[in-house]
Design a protein around this ligand. Structure first.
Ligand code: IPE
Ligand code: IPE
Ligand code: MG
Length: 236
């Protein structure tokens, strides 16, 4: 879903990186960095409506993050649990619609139930779509979309008739416009398997700031940089 050359920032995506290093720098356990990262997310969610951002998509846990020590994975899952417990009512009151991108099947049944409840509770909200990429990998998502199309072919559809939109409709992001801006915090300059299909023409903005330190000043800086970009989508 490409827009004409426009400076509107409808969809912001964020690779929230640097929690661990933020904590290490302070002599704290990595889990404390993740906790501070949840606070940063809360701040950024609040700033979206005023900045006319309608979709916020954040990378919370990748398909590769399972490689981390079990204690860290558990700490991240516990924080997600806590985030839903503490924030669901407020997010709902503020009109935030929560979505999850990724496969939640490997998560603990209690957590999955809580996530499903959050999705149902907020499904009709219109102020902001907050997508949490959870056990998400761009390659996994594309593989799953390819499988879905293969099944459709087995059921008699003609693959020759399919357009790019048909594949996009099999992705977790179905119905969500492509990101206009992708922010990565934490100093690295890579995509790390995030939204591989969707960021084809997304503007990139990277900062050395660790995610827990990312606030209004940094967001406004990124939005201002975006306004100065010339998006050509391959044209002249
Ligand atoms: C990002 O912070 C959060 C997740 C990946 C869950 P990191 O935990 O990757 O922090 P660094 O990159 O090690 O500092
Ligand atoms: C990307 O950060 C994933 C999330 C922010 C959830 P990583 O810390 O996992 O990425 P790499 O390993 O530095 O590429
Ligand atoms: Mg990292």
């Amino acid at each position: 879903m490409k827009k004409a050359v426009s400076k509107e920032l409808t969809h912001l995506a964020i690779i929230m990186d640097g929690n661990g290093r933020w904590a290490q720098k302070r002599g704290l356990p990595r889990a404390m960095g993740h906790r501070a990262g949840v606070e940063a997310l809360r701040r950024i969610v609040e700033l979206c409506p005023a900045n006319r951002i309608e979709y916020l998509t954040v990378y919370a846990f990748s398909t590769e993050n399972w490689k981390r020590p079990q204690t860290e994975v558990q700490a991240l899952m516990a924080l997600l649990n806590e985030f839903i417990d503490k924030e669901l009512n407020l997010l709902n009151q503020k009109g935030v619609c929560i979505r999850v991108l990724g496969d939640t099947k490997p998560l603990a049944p209690v957590l999955r139930k809580k996530i499903d409840h959050a999705l149902e509770t907020t499904a009709q909200n219109k102020e902001l779509v907050l997508s949490l990429a959870l056990n998400y990998g761009g390659r996994r998502e594309l593989l799953q979309a390819a499988k879905a199309l293969a099944y459709r072919a087995l059921q008699g559809e003609d693959p020759e008739a399919w357009q790019e939109e048909d594949l996009a409709a099999e992705l977790f992001t179905k119905g969500i416009p492509e990101p206009d801006l992708l922010i990565r915090t934490g100093g690295d300059l890579r995509i790390s398997n995030f939204l591989l299909w969707q960021v084809a023409y997304t503007e990139l903005w990277c900062t050395d700031i660790f995610w827990p330190d990312f606030g209004e000043k940094e967001l406004l800086e990124a939005l201002a940089a975006f306004k100065g970009r010339q998006r050509r989508f391959g044209g002249v």
